[in-house]
Design a protein around this ligand. Structure first.
Ligand SMILES: NC(=O)c1ccc[n+]([C@@H]2O[C@H](COP(=O)([O-])OP(=O)(O)OC[C@H]3O[C@@H](n4cnc5c(N)ncnc54)[C@H](OP(=O)(O)O)[C@@H]3O)[C@@H](O)[C@H]2O)c1
Length: 341
């Protein structure tokens, strides 16, 4: 048996992607074999094709850090043929082959069963982006800073996967005073429809020259940019406020002072979606079954592409303006003969 796969290998020390076919080998012990329905595009997937990004160390590799689909063979007693499942993080698509192929073999620990209301398409829409947003939210939702629904909230990188999910969930939870940061001013109407009260450019929050403390503007900040943006933001968070740092789209270097922490009592939370513990992941998927799942108008928009369209999209992704999730559709229906569970 053969499967279609997008394989990235090094050619003259640069990552190069090819759409190819690969043999489906005998399933290893403790692994689960999944017929992929959907994968998606995350910032990290695009970095696999970027020279010297360091995201993947061992080539050849099939990228795709997320996938959803149906179990077609299992050496793990927890999963039965026909189960709908999703896999995100855990080095999928980085240290083991990921979702940009028709069939994936993964350890059962990397899978979450989709037994409830969420479909394989919903699960791909959530993906690492939604999980990352949800992890950050669970760190601050019970804080006093978010006790009122009109708490001033800031989300940067809001047109991206993670930021889009942060906006969708917060709006669904009833927060009304959300400022969205984007360089794409033309997207203001769409962001307002999704629940943003104000749309601003990143430069609006720049402190020139940088100050350790500035006017207190936001109770909670969800930051996906990092770098100088985050440094400037720390000085503008209200007394006892929170900053959730989940991304580095504009830089990894953080130059700051201790003053926002020791004079304003603010808390900086880190988010790591890759190694997030299994039991806590179960709780997140439960939240997406219920109150985190946005009504249709608030849900992140998405387009569907085929595996064959993926290479140019991945190559352009880090530099292209985007504002919706991209799902990679490999198969929309259960393989024939697999029972609906
Ligand atoms: N902590 C974790 O576990 C985790 C998990 C997933 C992702 N991440 C990280 O989170 C970040 C967002 O990921 P994503 O998948 O949501 O990415 P994405 O879909 O590419 O979105 C990133 C957004 O950031 C903005 N942006 C990009 N480069 C920028 C720059 N130089 N200056 C200002 N704004 C910039 C863009 O918005 P505009 O064009 O509208 O300005 C873009 O839509 C990435 O750094 C990613 O590596 C972390």
């Amino acid at each position: 048996m053969q499967k279609k796969a997008l394989v990235v290998d090094l050619v003259d020390e640069r990552p190069s992607a090819t759409l190819t076919t690969r043999p489906v080998n005998t399933l290893g012990p403790d692994l689960v074999r999944v017929q992929v329905a959907y994968s998606d595009i995350n910032y990290k997937d695009a970095l696999v094709l970027k020279a010297r990004s360091g995201v993947v160390r061992d080539f050849p590799r099939v990228p795709g850090i997320d996938f959803s689909g149906w179990v077609i063979e299992s050496s793990d007693h927890r999963f039965q043929v026909g189960d709908a499942v999703v896999g995100t993080g855990w080095q999928i698509g980085i240290q083991i082959d990921g979702g940009y192929q028709e069939i994936v073999d993964v350890p059962g620990d990397f899978l979450h069963p989709l037994g409830g209301k969420r479909t394989v398409q919903d699960a791909a829409l959530i993906g690492t982006a939604g999980i990352t947003a949800a992890i950050g939210l669970t760190k601050v939702l019970d804080s006093r800073a978010l006790a009122v629904k009109d708490a001033p909230i800031l989300i940067s990188g809001v047109t991206g996967g993670v930021g889009g999910w942060q906006l969708a969930i917060l709006a669904q939870l009833g927060y009304t005073n959300i400022t969205a940061v984007t360089r794409q001013a033309d997207l203001a109407p769409q962001l307002q429809e999704k629940g943003a009260a104000a749309i601003i450019a990143p430069e609006t929050l720049r402190l020139e020259p940088r100050k350790p403390l500035a006017r207190q503007k936001f109770a909670v900040v969800f930051d996906n940019l990092g770098g100088d943006f985050l440094a400037d933001i720390l000085a503008q968070v209200q007394q006892d406020g929170h900053v959730v740092s989940s991304g580095n789209a504009s830089g990894i270097k953080l130059t700051t002072t201790v003053l926002p922490f020791i004079l304003r009592g603010i808390t900086l939370h880190g988010v790591d979606s890759v190694n997030y513990p299994v039991d806590d992941r179960e709780e997140l998927w439960q939240l997406f079954e219920n109150n985190f799942w946005p009504e249709p108008a608030r849900r992140p928009d998405f387009t569907e592409v085929q595996l064959a369209e993926l290479i140019p999209l991945l190559t352009a992704y880090p530099h292209s303006a985007h504002h919706e999730r991209t799902l990679v559709k490999l198969r929309s229906r259960r393989p024939r003969g697999l029972e609906q569970k």
